[in-house]
Write a protein of this length. Sequence first.
Length: 138
Amino acid sequence: MKTYRKELWFDVPTRKAFINITPLVEECLTESGVKEGLILVNAMHITASVFINDDESGLHHDFDVWLEKLAPHAPISQYRHNISEDNADAHMKRQVMGREVVVAITKGKLDFGPWEQIFYGEFDGRRRKRVLVKIIGE
């Protein structure tokens, strides 16, 4: 069995963003040489997310609006965590959007359904963060 590990680093200049990282993950898959197996893509920061969905700008806008209703950033005084920080909402948004995804690898390709893409969700940007890509298989 082969294994592969790589960290993808992101510097997001805004507080929130959704970034399609599918091409970067596909590059990792090619580098790994794995043809049949599994790929894990994991946000390595507690205020960021990795999720699978459609790459459609209206949907991304809707995610942003929905998440802000669920866990509004302001007023920051509404959260106990914000006594010393201002990112409690980012922790909650990450909890909803998820920490990681696992995708099957078949014939050297990500075995996706129609329209599926992998996204990095940033909820407390403006600093360097990373995503782990771990691949196992043959």
